[in-house]
Design a protein around this ligand. Structure first.
Ligand code: ASP
Length: 461
């Protein structure tokens, strides 16, 4: 049995929903279908989830939200009419159901607290997507049912907007496998219910998490994640457009995927990989608009050619804090105290390369205001008395990732030579803490050139 998840662009309108019905019909193993809320149909368009958030905010401010509500209903109406669901006695009622559902949610403004209300509104996007996709499958004569996550037992913590699945959910959700033998189950992504029965959502992009949880719970053969790209590319196609022409990564390991997502490879929701990894379910990233393409398979283990690089990821927007102190290596607790100062400010760090008398900490720049910086400087000077403290903004990180990289001589030389030839100076380098990646810190202004140079060095030369 396969679990398939379709992202927002795959349910954006009637043409896209027709494609996903074709995809489901083409493989009898596709029995559990997870859907996102309708996404953007074009660059100017707004995702239904964003419309819902705006609508909820209006309601919370006690402003008239009718226009937004109508715009949301219209997104489903386009699918409903476009697929002729209004003409089919089997599916005629579904738009009324969706309208009633949305109107009912809006009416709860003021009756429940703001966090619960916001999550109930956000969840409406995927919930109604699932209703309409189930109807579209039925209209084609397939046996398909909509399933509410609460009814299926997807239990969540009550961190509204940032909830986590409760471990006992897996056992309950496992029962879906036998149901899916006779009916295709259409399951909304992105939310579940708390033990008290409130709707709670995962972080944004969380429908991927739902798919991964269901795949793990029913021990699926594969978790197919349909999106709008043919594969995961070895490098961001916006930086190297030529990679989009059929040079996707055929297979990569979970570890490689994680290292790549870590530095800004936005194909798959970060947290989503965890349930599938724990249950060793392969993840197949595929394209709804090009279903014959095999996509990228993300697996537990693979045979990697020595020294082969699977991808290069990069991300700007980091800060580097450098500290020098003579005899730092003898001072027990120095690292802990430094990290405590950052922790007290709610700063989570990404890397921490160190030398005998110095240490750098790299963390994300957003949220690190001048005010926070001032406090961090004061605390470090007072508690750690360094010889030198420097904080630099505008660092970009570049990750070169591949299983077996670590054991192959000459990889770092190859990378540094490529950067040297472009005249890019390396502010920092980290190899060894991860066996499968090499990290370089460069100034943000050099990020794009650096990625291009490294792509050419590892994939072309
Ligand atoms: N619709 C939600 C979002 O836009 C979740 C998802 O699409 O995965 O974040």
């Amino acid at each position: 049995m396969k679990v398939c998840k379709f992202g927002g662009s795959s349910v954006a309108d009637d043409v896209q929903v027709a494609k996903i019905c074709d995809i489901i019909a083409a493989d009898p193993a596709r029995r559990i279908v997870v859907v996102s809320a309708p996404g953007k149909r074009n660059k100017q368009d707004t995702k239904v989830t964003d419309l819902l958030i705006a609508c909820a905010a209006q309601c919370l401010e006690q402003k008239d939200a009718q226009e937004l509500l109508d715009a949301i209903i219209e997104r489903y109406a386009v699918i409903y009419r476009g697929l002729g669901l209004d003409k089919n006695p089997e599916t005629q009622g579904v738009l009324d159901e969706i309208r009633a559902d949305l109107t009912g949610r809006v009416a709860r403004a003021g009756q429940i607290d703001a966090a619960r209300f916001m999550d109930a509104m956000k969840a409406a996007g995927e919930d109604n997507s699932a209703r309409i996709v189930a109807a579209a499958l039925r209209a084609r004569g397939m046996r398909a049912v909509y399933k509410h996550p609460g009814q299926a037992g997807l239990l969540m913590s009550d961190d509204f907007g940032n909830a986590q699945v409760l471990p006992k959910s897996y056992e309950r959700l496992a029962a879906l496998a036998s149901e899916a033998e006779h009916d295709i189950i259409v399951f909304p992504g992105f939310f579940g219910v708390t033990e008290a029965g409130d709707i709670a959502t995962f972080p944004r992009g969380g429908s991927d998490i739902t798919g991964s949880i269901l795949a793990a719970a029913i021990k699926a053969k594969v978790y197919e994640n349909f999106t709008d790209v043919d594969a995961v590319y070895p490098v961001d196609p916006r930086l190297v457009p030529e990679v989009a022409a059929g040079n996707g990564i055929p297979e990569m390991t979970y570890r490689e995927m994680r290292e790549l997502s870590y530095a800004g490879f936005g194909v798959f929701q970060d947290e989503a990989i965890i349930p599938a990894v724990r249950a060793a379910i392969p993840i197949n990233i595929r394209n709804t608009n090009h279903p014959e393409a095999p996509g990228t398979m993300i697996v537990h283990r693979r045979r990697a050619r020595q020294g082969s690089v699977v991808g290069i990821a990069s991300s700007a927007g980091f800060c580097t804090l450098y500290i020098d102190k003579y005899m730092m290596n003898r001072e027990i607790g120095f690292g802990r105290k430094l990290l405590q100062i950052l922790e007290d400010e709610g700063i989570s760090y990404e890397h921490m390369p160190s030398g005998i008398d110095n240490v750098s900490v790299i963390f994300r720049e957003d949220g690190f205001t001048n005010e926070v910086e001032g406090r961090v400087r004061d605390h470090i000077m007072r508690d750690l008395q360094p010889d030198n403290l420097q904080i630099e903004r505008g660092t970009a990180l570049i990750m070169i990732v591949g299983e077996g990289l670590y054991y192959t001589p000459g990889m770092a030389a190859h990378a540094t030579l490529a950067l040297f030839r472009e005249g890019i100076s390396i502010d920092m380098m980290n190899q060894g803490s991860s066996e499968i990646s090499m990290m370089f810190g460069v100034q943000s202004a050099h990020r794009e050139n650096a990625v291009r140079a490294l792509y050419h060095a590892f994939f072309k030369d």
